[in-house]
Design a protein around this ligand. Sequence first.
Ligand SMILES: [Zn+2]
Length: 229
Amino acid sequence: MSFFRRLFGGQDASQSPSGTQAYFSKEWNFGLTLPSDWETLDQPESNLGWTRLLRVAGPRVARERAYLSVNISAVLEDDKNLQKYMDKVESDLRRAFPDFKPDTRQERTLLGQPLAWMTYSYRLEGGQRKEVNATMFLGRKEMILLQFVGETEAERWTEDLRRFESVIESLKFGGIGVLRYPNLTFHGVPACELCDTSTPDGKYESVLILQVNRLAPVCRGCCARLTAA
Ligand SMILES: [Zn+2]
């Protein structure tokens, strides 16, 4: 599905094609189209600088279910080096899983932004697992990494990878294409970047506006206006 169709037309999030369900996070202002037999598990948690926004599980058809997590992290970075990022992920995984085997490494795009796409396998007590790690690089300098991690049993990989891929590609930001970042509040900014008004408490919401691809400090009023569907 093209970027333009997703942002400016095509399927509305509330009108799901059959066999799918729409997910939308008001807090972060993003949505996904999930398979209808997947279950949303409410497990927000923070780990190693990442905040988990969502975890969904596939139906119980094998020993272990398929899981897909969506994680987010804000980092300061001067260059978006997807290869360096994938090197780091690989070496972390190699340390965590002795049977780690890399499979594919690609540079893709999602909503027009760079996406690091990796697949690999490792062994757990329950058997061989395969995983996709797709990380989207948003913004400049003050960057947001939006990461999807999908894991399943090796035997179910081909089928589940197709589902993971379709969920990842269904990503859209609400409003005019704005991702909210409620965990990050701007201080010491002279004024709201959009309406040029100063807030009484000097605090500003942070939003990433896809069209300019930058994290911007905005007042509460502008934030509400930008993210209104
Ligand atoms: Zn404003």
